[in-house]
Design a protein around this ligand. Structure first.
Ligand code: MD6
Ligand code: FE
Length: 211
């Protein structure tokens, strides 16, 4: 559903079984690429969300080197686990883009976590959309425009909802004001996973064929 400004909203796209299946895949990724606490560039302040990635490239941040994509987990030094086929399939189904996603950022929100208003702009190719998948507790998603002063709207994302950011929304400010603790029973430990699938390089960028 086109909700304006380049934001596309797919409420309840994943049914309960699909959510459970995706969650199991994410848990398997996290068993080899554990969640870590990212630090803001400059200040070194810890972010309130914890992060990991799957796919050939992962988005990371630390105090010294800032926001970037890299091939390896910053704490284990291992390559990121492959992107599960079910996630790649959602990208192929919903993103009209002629190449596969290269990165799936996994954000975990505990009861008090939030995500300040930001734009995702560490990718080379803004013609590719970003696909966001919500699992677990509900979250209040703030959606703005390309300028920080643009008016914002709020959308309550529930487990199984997808959001696609394309066109103007691809470069628009957005964030998570808060989550609603206890609003979903999907995660035994409570909280919320958000997966964002991204293309990092242009469509012709060649990947080595995995052996
Ligand atoms: C979240 N999402 O939903 C945070 N970024 O927890 C994002 O920051 C985001 O939902 C780019 C595209 C879609 C998103
Ligand atoms: Fe974002």
């Amino acid at each position: 559903m086109d909700i304006g400004g380049g934001y596309h909203y797919f409420p309840g796209f994943l049914d309960r079984d699909a959510q459970r299946g995706l969650l199991a895949l994410i848990r398997a990724v996290l068993a080899s690429a554990p969640l870590y606490t990212p630090l803001m560039p400059g200040s070194g302040r810890p972010m309130s969300v914890r992060m990991s990635n799957c796919g050939p490239w992962g988005w990371v941040t630390d105090r010294e080197r800032g926001y970037r994509y890299q091939r390896r987990h910053p704490e284990t030094g291992e390559k990121w686990p492959p992107m599960p086929g079910a996630i790649a399939a959602l990208w192929a189904e919903l993103c009209a883009y002629p190449a596969m996603a290269e990165s799936c950022l996994i954000n975990y929100y505990g009861a008090r976590a939030r995500m300040g208003l930001h734009r995702d702009q560490d990718e080379e190719d803004f013609s590719a959309p970003i696909l966001s998948i919500s699992l677990g507790d509900e979250a209040l998603f703030r959606m703005g425009g390309p300028a920080r002063k643009d008016p914002t709207r709020s959308l309550r994302l529930v487990s199984g909802d997808l959001v696609l950011m394309t066109g103007a929304a691809r470069s628009s400010y957005h964030g998570i004001d808060r989550i609603v603790p206890g609003s979903s029973a999907l995660l035994e430990e409570g909280g919320r996973f958000n997966l964002t699938c991204r293309r990092v390089h242009g469509p012709d960028w060649q990947h080595e064929v995995p052996r």
